[in-house]
Each structure stands twice: as structure tokens, then as C-alpha cells.
Design a protein around this ligand. Structure first.
Ligand SMILES: Cc1cc2nc3c(=O)[nH]c(=O)nc-3n(C[C@H](O)[C@H](O)[C@H](O)COP(=O)(O)OP(=O)(O)OC[C@H]3O[C@@H](n4cnc5c(N)ncnc54)[C@H](O)[C@@H]3O)c2cc1C
Ligand code: SF4
Length: 563
């Protein structure tokens, strides 16, 4: 092969293909639950799961306080397994409203029952996924970590036939290298997309099949998390603590979590709703500042930060769930957006939706159908446990967006109570308003936010944080943060918003550099793609919707240990 020929320009060898009954994209709780359920229903079905992380769980980031309702239904014996990934039950559940230096504890009796965490488990969702993968493999599911589904395969009638994994060994400039390996075609009677929040193929499917027609826009938050090994005297196994308020301004939605897991570990994290309006806001720095609060700092002091990561979380809920089915496949888990926002929980619905889709797909295959629309799944979810879980809390996020933190949380609380007690909402079903990319105000209309310097003890900078996310990409590959129009960051985003990608990206991927920094001459937009932790925030928040996140080479990205 000519070294200078680009992959686009030259004819690549044909891809090899493999046929399955069901192809699953994404080895998270949704995808693995679907794979397990399919094999439970019919052990003869052939099922394959592709996962872009170097191993299952490597790209999963979650709180996590896990409602076991999904696992109980999928694998009822899980509690008897000595190697089960969830051992620490919640023992104490606290909610706080934070001010700059004080904290007001909200009484538990004021919380609707659905907010109660007793009976839930604190653990790593990455470890849950690893354990589920072992269960799936024992049932005969084929799992291929290190392979990103890069392309959807369509048939003559436009039906989904499967996916193709990405080619490996294409250089940054598009030429073919010695490492070149062609991707594989994995074809299925049905393909289930379980890519999690803002899936790159899911985004294409939603647009192609107009799955969002008549729905509210999807909404998201960015969640940042660190794992700390704390001093034994600071560790209260089973304590779950949530807060809202400081350091965010009252017009910005978000809040914190602090979970005391087993093994002396504390999971501390912060979520910022991505409909924030001030382009000078940096979710990463809000998180670092939050850790300095007198309620939090003493817990971490004397401990060691072990890991860091970030990931988008879906927040649109009931009214934003797109149509789930299309010819040849379906969306499951957070690809569809099944997070219960006030509970900050989605993993139970991810498992339940994987199971529900699997049951309908298995039935379709038993009826000798293939590559048509598994519509029964779409028709079933609203009356299922998932629909019931999301319906009750459907107004919490829109109320927060409309009335700010104090008014929104208060009204959201009242709304959850009336839904719980009377199955009734004073508000009907509220709309979300603008999509997250359209909420930024120009720099000229905001007061710039300044952040304190990290102290290197409790708060840190981005680069040292990305270092402990163990993020790694093959450097010589095309940049996977693609720009539809390369001129937009400097020509439009910089003058109007100060190019907010520099700030909302939690991994320091985006920079604006200048020939003369003091005089700010000749600005250039730099993309340090190798730092990307696959959170998808840029794909969601870029005000021009100019950044399109595509899969890098499989296996690249963070290598989270037990996130
Ligand atoms: C900060 C934060 C805190 C949270 N806290 C909680 C909590 O306490 N409790 C709770 O229940 N839920 C919580 N959630 C939500 C929960 O994490 C999600 O609901 C859950 O992870 C959804 O599962 P999933 O399988 O749909 O997607 P994911 O868990 O995101 O898994 C998707 C998988 O697909 C892979 N993938 C994606 N695209 C491709 C591709 N093209 N090719 C191959 N592989 C691909 C990914 O690498 C990943 O492994 C939290 C989320 C965040 C961000
Ligand atoms: S480049 Fe985008 S997806 Fe990657 S870490 Fe930054 S914001 Fe997240």
C-alpha cells in the first residue's frame, strides 16, 4: 500500500463479517442485561457485545448508589455470590443545602419515599458491569472489549443490519500505517444500542429515523467524580450524602454526591446541569471548589485521591425519551435517557430496559422475524417499571430550570409528593425549553467567574486529574473530536463566548493559543484529543453544535479502575 494514500482516497479491502441473532453495542449495564436476558430466554441465540473500552467497565463512570431492583429481576441469586460487586448497603442518608461556609441539613421525613436510599447499595458501576460480563460470558455471550462500533450498517430498505467496528492503524493525516487492520462487520437480526449518554451512533439513528419527533429535547448534566482512600477515622461505611447550592449560583442547576463505599473508599462527585448560561463557568473548577467546603474537606483531609473521571448524565427524563425502536433495532439504557434525575439513578432502568428490549426481540426472533421494527418494546416501556419510575419525577428538572435552585427544588419536592400520594401533578407535564447548546449567554451579558488556584491537597488541576484517569489513545490516529466547520471556534465561539470548550471540557482537551499571549494575536484552536475521557460534553454543549464526537480507535480512552 502506498504510504501516502489516505484511507478516504483509496479503496480499502472489504470488511470481513460475522452474523449473529443479536448485536449489542456497549458493554454497560443496559447492554449486558440485554445479552444475559436473551441467553436466559433462549440459550441457542447467538449474541455479541462490542465495547470501546479496553475492558468492560473501563469507560463507565457513575456515582453509584444502586437500586438493586434491576439486578434482583435479572439475576435473583446475585446476593449469594461471594464475588458480587455490591456489598455495602446504605446505612445513612443525608441531604444538605450548602452555603459558602455552612450547611443546612434537610429532614429525611420531608423527602418523598422515592428519594429514600435505604435498601440500596454503594458500589462501582464499572465493577458491576465487569461482574455482569462474567455472567454473560458464562451463558455463552461473546464480548469484544477494545472494539468501537464506528458505523451503522443499513440494508436496501434502510433497515439496520448491524454495525462495523472502526478501522485501526489510520494515521492522524489519514494515511494508512503498518498497523492497519480493517474493521469487522457484525450483522444481526436485531441490533441493540446501549452506548450510554449521548451515544455517537445513537445520535445518528435518532436523526435518521426522526426518533425525537414530537419529544422534548434531550437534557444532560456533566458529572465529575474522584475516588478517595480516606483516613479510617473519617470513613463511615454506608453513608450517602447529597447536596445542592454552593458553589453553584442559584440560577445554575446541579449538586454533589459523597458516598462512603467499602474498603475505606469515598466516592465524591459533582454534577452541573448543562443548561447553564454563563460561558465562563467551569464544571471542573466548581467541583474542585466544592471539595473545600467545611462539610467535605475534613472527610478527604489526610486521604489520597486515587482516581478521577467525568461523564455526561442524561437528565431529560420521561418527556425527552425518544422513540425507542426502528427497523432492525432499538435503543436501551442511557442511550435512550432513562435516568431518574432527583434520585441520580439510571443503572436500575438501564438493566430493566435491556431486559425489556431483549424479551421483545427474543419473541420476534422466535416468530422468525428479522430486521423489522421491534415495536412491542416501544409500546411497553411507559407502563413498565421504567415508565412508572420516570413519570413521577418528570417535572423536577423543568421546575429547577425555570425557577432556579431554591424555587425549583421546593416546587420539585412538592410535585414529587403530590405524584407519590395522589398520582397527580399540579403542573401536568412541563416542557424543558431550549436544548443545552442554546442556553449560553454572550460574554458581554455575564459576570465572569473566577476560580481559586488548586491547593494540590484537596483541589487539583485538570492535567494531574486526567493523569489519574489513566487515559490513553494511540497518538497517530485521526482526531476523533471532529469539527463540522474548523473556523467556528475562533471566528464565532471565541469572540461571543470566550470559546467555552476550554472550560466545560473536564480533561483540558481544548485550548486557545496565541502567537503573542499578552497581545492575544493570531488565536488558534488546539485539540489535545489524546486527553479525551469520552464524557461527550463537547458534543452536547458546543453552542454552534459544531463538534461531533466520533469513536477513536477501540481501546482508547480512560481506563477507570472501579468507577
Ligand atoms: C456522575 C454520575 C453519577 C451517577 N450516579 C448514579 C447512581 O448513583 N446510581 C445510578 O443508578 N445511576 C447513576 N448514574 C447513571 C448511570 O451511570 C447510568 O444510568 C448508567 O451508566 C447507564 O447504563 P448504560 O449501560 O445505558 O450506559 P453506560 O453505563 O454509559 O455504558 C455504555 C457502554 O457502552 C460503551 N460504548 C459507548 N459507545 C460505544 C460504541 N460506539 N462502541 C462500543 N462501545 C460503546 C461505553 O464505553 C460503555 O462501556 C450516574 C451517572 C453519572 C454520570
Ligand atoms: S473532548 Fe469532549 S468528550 Fe472528550 S473529555 Fe473533553 S468534553 Fe469530554
Amino acid at each position: 500500500m502506498a504510504a501516502e494514500a489516505t484511507a478516504d482516497a483509496m479503496e480499502l479491502p472489504a470488511r470481513e463479517g460475522m452474523d449473529y441473532d443479536v448485536v449489542v453495542v456497549g458493554g454497560g449495564p443496559a447492554g449486558l442485561a440485554a445479552a444475559i436476558r436473551l441467553k436466559q430466554i433462549n440459550p441457542d441465540l447467538s449474541v455479541v457485545v462490542v465495547e470501546k473500552g479496553s475492558e468492560v467497565g473501563a469507560h463507565i463512570l457513575s456515582g453509584a448508589v444502586i437500586d438493586p431492583v434491576g439486578l434482583d429481576k435479572l439475576l435473583p441469586e446475585w446476593r449469594n455470590d461471594p464475588d458480587r460487586p455490591l456489598k455495602q448497603e446504605v446505612t445513612d442518608d443525608r441531604f444538605y443545602f450548602l452555603g459558602h461556609s455552612g450547611a443546612l441539613r434537610l429532614p429525611n421525613f420531608g423527602m418523598p419515599k422515592l428519594m429514600n436510599n435505604h435498601g440500596n447499595f454503594i458500589g462501582s458501576l464499572g465493577n458491576v458491569a465487569k461482574w455482569m460480563a462474567a455472567q454473560a460470558e458464562a451463558l455463552g455471550v461473546e464480548i469484544y472489549p477494545g472494539f468501537a462500533a464506528a458505523e451503522v450498517l443499513y440494508g436496501e430498505k434502510g433497515e439496520v443490519l448491524g454495525i462495523a467496528t472502526g478501522d485501526m492503524g489510520i494515521a492522524r493525516d489519514g494515511t494508512i500505517t503498518d498497523r492497519f487492520t480493517r474493521g469487522m462487520e457484525l450483522r444481526g437480526k436485531y441490533t441493540l444500542f446501549a452506548e450510554g449518554a449521548r451515544g455517537s451512533l445513537t445520535k445518528q439513528l435518532i436523526a435518521r429515523f426522526k426518533l425525537d419527533e414530537g419529544k422534548e429535547p434531550p437534557k444532560f448534566g456533566i458529572g465529575l467524580k474522584e475516588i478517595w482512600q480516606v483516613k479510617p477515622e473519617n470513613h463511615k461505611p454506608g453513608l450517602v450524602q447529597h447536596s445542592f447550592g454552593w458553589p453553584l449560583k442559584m440560577d445554575t442547576g446541579g449538586g454533589s454526591f459523597l458516598y462512603h463505599a467499602d474498603g475505606g473508599l469515598v466516592y465524591v462527585g459533582f454534577v452541573v446541569h448543562l443548561n447553564y448560561s454563563n460561558p465562563t463557568l467551569s464544571p471542573f473548577d466548581e467541583f474542585q471548589r466544592f471539595k473545600q467546603h467545611p462539610l467535605v474537606r475534613p472527610v478527604l483531609e489526610g486521604g489520597k485521591r486515587l482516581s478521577y473521571g467525568a461523564r455526561a448524565i442524561t437528565e431529560g427524563g420521561y418527556q425527552s425519551v425518544p422513540k425507542l425502536t426502528f427497523p432492525g433495532g432499538a435503543l436501551i439504557g442511557c442511550a435512550a435517557g432513562f435516568v431518574n434525575v432527583p434520585r441520580i439513578k439510571g443503572s436500575h432502568n438501564a438493566i430493566l430496559s435491556g431486559m425489556l428490549a431483549a424479551e421483545h426481540v427474543a419473541e420476534a426472533i422466535a416468530d422468525a422475524r428479522a430486521n423489522d421494527e421491534p415495536r412491542a418494546y416501544e409500546l411497553a416501556w411507559r407502563s413498565s417499571a421504567i415508565g412508572q419510575d420516570l413519570y413521577k419525577v418528570r417535572n423536577v428538572k423543568p421546575l429547577w430550570s425555570k425557577f432556579g435552585t431554591i424555587g425549583g427544588v421546593l416546587l420539585g419536592g412538592i410535585d414529587m409528593w403530590t405524584n407519590e400520594l395522589f398520582k397527580f401533578s399540579l403542573f401536568g407535564t412541563l416542557k424543558h425549553g431550549k436544548p443545552d447548546y442554546a442556553t449560553l449567554k454572550p460574554l458581554s451579558e455575564v459576570t465572569p467567574i473566577t476560580y481559586p488556584k488548586p491547593d494540590g491537597v484537596i483541589s487539583f488541576d485538570k492535567l494531574s486529574s486526567v493523569f489519574i484517569s489513566n487515559t490513553n489513545h494511540e497518538e497517530d490516529q485521526p482526531v476523533h473530536l471532529t469539527l463540522k466547520d474548523p473556523s467556528v471556534p475562533i471566528a464565532k465561539n471565541l469572540p461571543v463566548y470566550g470559546e467555552p470548550a476550554r472550560l466545560y471540557c473536564p480533561a483540558g482537551v481544548y485550548e486557545v493559543t496565541y502567537a503573542d499571549a499578552a497581545a492575544k494575536t493570531d488565536p488558534k484552536f488546539v485539540i489535545n484529543a489524546q486527553n479525551c475521557v469520552h464524557c461527550k460534553t463537547c458534543d452536547i454543549k458546543d453552542p454552534a453544535q459544531n463538534i461531533n464526537w466520533v469513536t477513536p480507535e477501540g481501546g482508547g480512552g480512560p481506563n477507570y479502575p472501579g468507577m
